[in-house]
Write a protein that binds this ligand. Structure first.
Ligand SMILES: [Zn+2]
Ligand SMILES: [Zn+2]
Length: 69
């Protein structure tokens, strides 16, 4: 299970969580600069995508977007 750090909703699969962050979570910071690693993106959408994708491989990003269940 995956829990969204920003709103507390839980998801069965990573793809559901990815969809949630990209499309429906209202609490994700609207920034083009990743708060975790400081990389800048051309759009907020790309920055969100980066944060979630990086969470798959990097523990700092994971801790930022996902809460312990
Ligand atoms: Zn959320
Ligand atoms: Zn980052």
């Amino acid at each position: 299970m995956i829990k969204c750090r920003f709103c507390g909703r839980t998801f069965e699969s990573f793809s559901d969580f990815l969809f949630h962050i990209r499309r429906e979570c209202k609490n994700v910071p609207k920034t083009r600069r990743c708060p975790v690693c400081g990389v800048k993106f051309r759009s907020i959408r790309l920055c969100k995508l980066h944060m979630v994708n990086a969470a798959l491989s990097d523990v700092k990003h994971r801790n930022y977007v996902m809460a312990p269940v």
